[in-house]
Design a protein around this ligand. Structure first.
Ligand SMILES: Cc1cc2ncn([C@H]3O[C@H](COP(=O)(O)O)[C@@H](O)[C@H]3O)c2cc1C
Ligand SMILES: O=C(O)c1cccnc1
Length: 363
């Protein structure tokens, strides 16, 4: 674990990243055993609530609390950043949509706002690297730089910038945990960001561009070909060192991808579960686990996105998605839909009667 970040350098940000990674603990086995034993006492055939039971046991291990007193407070962290690789014509939409959508998140009218409201979750919007001016009283401004450089021509960002984006994410998670949030979801906004996500997955998954590049916002056949070529060129030009996660992340990544990896590391270090959204978020989770393998058991996969490569990214992490809804939006939308399932798992442990208390005969 340390090997990955020792090369972070001895800057303040590098030390902060190392410290957060080191502070991720193992799941609480005793709490998990206690939750499992209680599940078997509840008035139902053992195991009959299927994956809800698995979820309940893992939540106990993550939080260290066998039976939570109340549902966790929820936040969807939406990290926004722009991408120099848009110059290669890789998205069906123009870059100015990134800041326009950020303003919509802040005004409450985007898909993620609607889905978060259904479940009582807060949407926390972070500018970690949007191009151009952007200000709003509710926007967390953590801008590392105004968009990445074009990875098809050189490194998307410097190693130091990637570290600063990771640390920004860690600090956002820490601040939210301090304010009482205990359950996180990852969301993102960044026109073009399925392209760097595909490049990262190609390197870490040992996969070819054609296996990981999908249509994103809905690009046509010619655009898909440009996108594959951009991914291939980015890998050829940058020659990332696969054994060095920060090298790969800085050369081929995005600011919001690094920021979300930081959110995951920060949440895990505070023993908070993190629900992972679609393709981009899952690649951010892959980055987090490359840097901090201990973060993996804190992840909950939400849905299987339509985006090509998402299933491969999930498999690489050993995660099984809960929902298959044919969605391909991002923003944290798939993740927010899983919040009620997490509340349900906790509710079962907290509220169901036992065979003894209900006077039901055991088999
Ligand atoms: C209006 C709009 C809202 C979105 N919300 C999320 N995305 C999603 O689409 C983008 C990635 O796709 P690509 O790589 O093809 O650009 C990201 O911003 C992602 O969050 C959106 C895209 C659009 C156009
Ligand atoms: O799966 C996702 O997160 C996704 C897919 C396409 C476009 N934007 C996001």
């Amino acid at each position: 674990m340390l090997g990955a970040t020792a090369a972070a350098g001895d800057t303040e940000a590098g030390e902060k990243l190392d410290a957060a990674i080191r502070s991720i603990g193992a799941l609480d086995e005793a709490a998990m055993r206690e939750a499992a034993a209680r599940l078997d006492q509840l008035i139902k055939p053992p195991g009959s609530l299927g994956r809800l039971e698995e979820l309940a046991i893992r939540l106990a291990g993550i939080t260290g609390t066998p039976v939570a007193e109340r549902p966790l407070r929820k936040a969807v962290v939406v990290m926004a950043g722009d991408h120099g690789v848009c110059d290669e014509g890789v998205s069906a939409f123009p870059q100015e949509v990134t800041p326009q959508m950020v303003l919509n998140f802040l005004q409450g009218g985007a898909a993620i706002n609607v889905l978060a409201r259904q479940t009582g979750a807060e949407v926390v919007c972070v500018d970690i690297g949007v191009k151009g001016d952007l200000a709003h009283e509710r926007l967390l401004s953590r801008r590392v730089r105004g968009g990445t450089a074009n990875m098809a021509r050189g490194a998307a960002m410097t190693r130091e910038e990637a570290i600063r984006a990771l640390v920004a994410g860690i600090e956002v998670a820490e601040e939210l945990a301090e304010r009482g949030y205990g359950l996180f979801a990852t969301g993102e906004m960044g026109i073009g960001n399925t392209t760097p996500s595909a490049a990262l997955l190609a390197v870490w998954g040992g996969l070819e561009a054609k296996e990981v590049v999908g249509r994103g916002t809905g690009i046509d056949d010619a655009g898909l070909a440009r996108k594959r070529e951009a991914v291939e060129r980015a890998i050829a030009v940058n020659r990332p060192d696969e054994a060095d996660p920060l090298d790969v992340l800085s050369k081929l990544g995005g600011l919001e991808i690094a920021g979300l990896a930081g959110v995951i590391i920060g949440a895990a270090s505070r023993r908070c579960p993190v629900v992972i959204d679609g393709f981009i978020s899952t690649v951010a989770a892959l980055a987090a686990c490359k840097l901090a393998p201990g973060a993996e058991p804190y992840l909950i996969a939400s849905h299987l996105s339509e985006e090509r490569g998402h299933g491969l990214a999930l498999r690489k992490l050993g995660l099984a998605p809960m929902l298959h809804l044919g969605m391909r939006l991002g923003e944290g939308t798939g993740a927010a839909l899983v919040f009620p399932l997490i509340d349900a798992a906790g509710g079962v442990l907290r509220e169901m009667a036992t065979f003894d208390s209900a006077g039901v005969s055991k088999g």
